[in-house]
Design a protein around this ligand. Structure first.
Ligand SMILES: [Zn+2]
Length: 698
């Protein structure tokens, strides 16, 4: 591992920071924090932390010794001077006299000593930074270091590799206890460069930001060299070259369905997760390891990973392309066993701590599929990505640990204490206070964990629907025949919104689009079949090809999309929801609008047929009848000419309904959202037209 320090970059940051009143030390603290955070072999997603001790002034102008420490859960790669919490150091050091302090008391004392009262909570390792005397302190969970310390003889290996340069702190749960142990070891052994925190990570320090950082790089390099020198080949399972492995697009919905949980409180509701797939060379080779079963049972490489990945991954057998039913039943069985084991793990350990904890959901966050790859699972796409990144680091850490010895994690009880530590849970929970209600998946936005695909998403109604569903917590796939229109909407809606090119008049294009959605998110729960276009003509003399063209889009388009979605929903086995944009033309034909209205009437019948045929699978089908919405089907020119033809103002034309209100794309989007959320409603038509008795359902 090479130092990434570049003088010019460091100086540029120092001079930029000076313009906002940030001094050189803090600017360089930010610089090396970003260097550490930018290397995934050192820290991942909110792991690790850094600090600086300096003289500072409080709001009254009084000088004090101040500890700047990274805020809890924040990403080191994106460090900013303002993201460091400044705490008065002396009161923190006084706490060393205590044998023990409760989490809430500690947080309260930390907060009471913040220089800026509105600052976020400091890192959970803040006390370690406070007790150690060094000016700059860096702490990472470097994978290579974990490989050499997650060992039964980790202390011996550390002494072989680092000599007396690093002290060795036996495993203690992160927080106050670890801080006390660390300062004790430092004062007793007087290591020059830093500390190893057994089964957890490494600390280095220095008089300058560069010294602390480059010591970190040097120590990690020593661990890497040790692994390279001592690597023995790890046994591969017999017959390990996988054959006839199913496509991830067919496997993912099965995995996603197996790793969903029925909501016992609300009939028809499921707690679902989003998936992130990885199948790099390292992952595939690891899945061929002879000892895969033992390794998947062995635990995390560093304690704070437990809140993102749980302690163990779920291991599934090879999905044979010709026997996916067999794979599906094995997946459900093993996921069920995983949940059962999790309940027992919780019950056992909760009893140990006096029954004071609330059980988290029992669903896996990492699924290893032999021959195929791994899935990270999360309540949102970013959470799934984090789980997958950590799973890949876990694989590398465990692989190298096995290559130089035998991987050994902390104990089950130690993992439980981290998983159920409120200060760790606060990193992933919205607020500290919400922990009182338990960390069940049920909290949060109503569509969290669900995947919605919307066709015609480049248009007004499709885009508004995408916005509404994303705001309700769903991950959204935006399909449009015009890819750049879909991409433009996706960029505005959410960083995870997925633009997909899809021509619903082309069966192959629809299949490809749904494969892409499944590969990106793991499945689909809600489809808003919205793509459409209007053709006109008097029915007695309209050309047959016009009728066929309209049917291709306004009827078969819906059928193709619904068929593709239902196939995925059945593989998931957790129900689903098909929503169709059916227009008022389906029930209230307009003169010379037959080529548009007739396929829309057929689409209404299509919706009812899906409701009938798939209700027993929990798949609901509903439609929205909307009218007179400003969109690609009703352009400003059309509004001008029609209002002129009727001798009314444009405004009166647009609000020419019983309520006298113009209907917007957002109103239609809210109707779709309502239908998606009403778990007891199927075969429903919701009219969104401001009132038109001739178009009322009868
Ligand atoms: Zn740590």
């Amino acid at each position: 591992m090479q130092s990434a320090w570049v003088d010019a970059d460091a100086e540029a940051l120092v001079s930029r920071a000076a313009q906002t009143g940030v001094d050189r030390d803090l600017a360089l603290r930010v610089y090396t924090t970003r260097l550490l955070g930018g290397d995934r072999k050192l820290v991942l997603h909110g792991g690790g932390n850094t600090s600086l001790k300096a003289r500072g002034r409080d709001r009254l102008g009084d000088e004090a010794e101040v500890l700047y420490v990274k805020a809890t859960g924040t990403d080191m790669a994106e460090a900013e001077a303002g993201g460091f919490c400044a705490v008065r150091l002396e009161p923190m050091r006084k706490l060393r006299a205590l044998d023990h302090i409760g989490d809430l008391d500690l947080v309260a004392i930390e907060r009471a000593n913040l220089i800026e009262p509105a600052a976020p909570n400091p890192s959970v390792e803040m006390m370690l930074h406070a007790f150690l005397p060094h000016k700059f302190i860096d702490h990472t969970h470097a994978t290579a270091v974990l490989s050499v310390i997650d060992q039964p003889d980790g202390e011996q290996k550390c002494s072989d590799i680092f000599g007396a340069r690093l002290g060795f702190v036996p495993y203690v749960m992160p927080g106050f206890g670890l801080a006390k142990e660390a300062i004790t070891v430092f004062e007793r052994d007087k290591p020059r460069d830093g500390l190893i925190l057994s089964k957890h990570g490494i600390v280095t320090w220095g008089g300058s930001a560069r010294e602390a950082y480059e010591r970190m790089i040097e120590m990690v390099s020593l661990a890497e060299d040790f692994i390279a020198r001592n690597r023995k080949s790890v046994a591969v399972a017999a017959g390990a070259t996988p054959r006839n492995v199913a496509d991830p697009a067919h496997v993912a919905p099965i995995v996603r369905g197996a790793c969903a949980e029925k909501d016992e409180k609300t009939e028809g509701a499921w707690r679902r997760l989003i998936l992130e797939f990885r199948c790099g060379e390292t992952v595939l080779r690891f899945l061929q390891t002879k000892d895969l079963g033992r390794l998947t049972e062995s635990g995390v490489i560093t304690p704070d990973h437990t809140i993102r990945t749980k302690n163990w991954p779920l291991l599934l057998p090879l999905p044979d392309n010709d026997a996916l039913d067999h794979f599906a039943s094995a997946a459900r069985q093993r996921a069920g066993d995983f949940a059962l084991r999790y309940h027992r793990y919780f019950a056992r350990n909760n009893a140990r701590v006096g029954g004071i904890k609330h059980e988290l959901d029992p669903l896996p966050r990492v699924v290893l599929v032999e021959g195929l790859g791994l899935f990270g699972l999360g309540r949102s796409k970013p959470d799934a990505v984090i789980a997958a990144d950590i799973a890949e680091a876990w694989i590398e850490g465990v692989r190298d640990a096995e290559a130089v010895g035998r991987f050994e994690s902390i104990t089950e009880a130690e993992m439980f204490d981290c998983e159920y530590w409120p200060l760790e849970q606060a990193k992933v929970a919205p607020t500290f206070a919400s922990l009182a209600g338990g960390g069940r998946l049920g909290r949060g936005l109503p569509l969290a964990g669900q995947i919605a695909a919307i066709t015609g998403a480049g248009g007004a109604i499709g885009a508004a629907t995408g916005r509404a569903f994303a705001a309700a917590g769903a991950e959204v796939a935006l399909l449009d025949v015009n890819y750049s229109a879909a991409r433009e909407q996706a960029e505005q809606i959410a960083p995870t919104a997925l633009p997909v090119a899809c021509d619903v008049t082309d069966a192959q294009s629809v299949r490809t689009a749904f494969d892409k959605i499944v590969k990106d998110f793991g499945g689909v729960d809600i489809v808003v079949s919205n793509a459409g276009a209007a053709w006109q003509g008097r029915i007695g003399d309209v050309a047959e090809h016009i009728m066929r063209q309209s049917f291709e889009l306004n009827f078969y388009g819906h059928q193709r999309v619904a068929q593709a979605a239902v196939k995925i929903m059945l593989a998931q086995g957790t129900g689903g929801c098909l929503l169709f944009n059916v227009s008022k033309q389906a029930v209230n034909p307009g003169p010379n609008f037959g080529p548009y209205g007739i396929p829309k009437a057929a689409a209404l019948a299509l919706m009812r047929q899906y409701a009938l045929d798939y209700g027993s699978h929990g798949i609901r089908a509903n439609a929205v009848n909307a009218d007179r919405i400003r969109s690609g089907l009703l352009t400003p020119e059309m509004i001008a000419s029609r209002s002129k033809a009727r001798g009314v103002s444009e405004q009166d034309y647009m609000s020419g309904n019983l309520l006298g209100r113009e209907v917007t794309a957002e109103d239609v989007a809210q109707a779709f959202l309502h239908q998606a959320l009403e778990l007891k409603t199927t075969a429903d038509v919701t009219t969104v037209d401001g009132g038109n008795i001739a178009a009322a359902m009868r």
